[in-house]
Design a binder for this molecule. Sequence first.
Ligand code: F6P
Length: 513
Amino acid sequence: MHDTGEWRALADHRQSLATVHLGDLFGGDPERGPRFTAAAEGLVVDYSKNRLTTETVAMLGALADRAGLRRHIHALLNGEPVNTTEQRPAWHTALRRPDPPPEVAQERERLTAYARQARDGRWRAVVNIGIGGSDLGPAMATAALGAYATDDVDVRFLSNVDGAHFRAVTRGLDPAATLFVVSSKTFSTIETLTNARTARAWVAEAVGPKTARAHFAAVTADPERAREWGIDPESVFRLWDWVGGRYSLASAVGLSLMISIGPDAFTELLAGMHAMDEHFRSAPWAENLPALLGLIGVWNRNFWGWPTHAVLPYAQELALFPAYLQQLDMESNGKSVRADGTPVTTATGPVVWGGPGTNGQHAFHQLLHQGADVVPVDFIGFCRPNHAYAEHHDLLMANLLAQAEALAFGAPDADNPHRRFTGNRPSTVILGDRLAPRTLGQLVALYEHKVFTQATVWGINPFDQWGVELGKSLAADIAGEFADPAVPPGTRRDSSTRSLIDHYLAHRDHVAR
Ligand code: F6P
């Protein structure tokens, strides 16, 4: 991409904006706010506080055309094998269509019936056991939609292999009234299987091994493995190899969420996702919310060179949204070879981070306002809260707007350098009506397609994640040494790892507390 005319034109254009301040851009155009605001499906995206002009937007659109974004979107939505390194589609959008493929519709019916039953009083708690994409999506969404959750079932999420997580998540639960959903696409992830085994022993101790079986359901693309593990076939729910873990919220991976909010609200979530999918398919670039976010991200990452991106939801219910986005974005676009195996020649995915406002204001916003690095920010807020504390909500939203204003315009004239704010720090404000299932679905699909837009421009495949494998195999090898230190390690150890292993083995203490 860097050797195309479109890329070079953007690089030159960026030079011409080098000394322009956001204050000047707003001063020169009283309509700048509305001019750089796009709205679709009830979401409003004000991107006017980014360092860009009408020309930039047009040039970014030309870059998208050059990258073949429209063609790639159709390939994605039509189920073509866009995951080229694994030769399969990444067809998560099929899961949320009102007319899904027959096997999806059939599985959804089974899932819905199971979720309704799970809500009928037998279980007081449901624990989803999964990690990465089999945890972050449903955990984030269950927290986000807490206002829509049943009070009858306590839905919790167990992910970390750290036994402290097992202890914390099961604390206060009655094993006789707890259902575990073992969620693993591969049904081979060590953390998940270790937690599942411990959970089975925990339940069996209370109700006996035979009855324990009824306390487990599974969600997987490998039903055979789940059955071999001991889960009743009627409690095993499928996803397909064409659903990537971090894109799987709309699949059976959403079972625990469905139990929490009910099948009807889950259907609303899917409808919101589908509406955003269709918008992405057809809207022109300048009105296309995911494409705009993606292209502005490219502008900030590649042309201004800013290496991180913060997502700050002004909604406590979205506290897990940044963590969810970290996997979505960083596992997808954290690549340095292109889909064809050649090295990239441009920067790719930024470090994505963030946390809920206003808490961050009293923690890391200092760096956002006065740090030596510029951090582009997405602020996310809602006009109507899911609670009755109107005063709180006004204050929350006033803070969101104030932060974006302060970042953009600063207080550059203060005499005291310690009290000076240079401003000119970019942000985008995303406003929704209310954080409801449909809105959340739109937000999720918005960011999924933002990530896809960027991957398309960078020429990388966002749907594989080979980068996680090396650590897994080394961990298995080291765990083997821990289990039997007499067995020679499968790989040669460096002197640092060697002596750390020796120190650990000499000092470890497995006494339960
Ligand atoms: O290790 C990374 C990863 O493969 C993620 O991509 C995935 O979401 C997670 O592990 C969990 O995988 P599984 O659902 O197969 O247990």
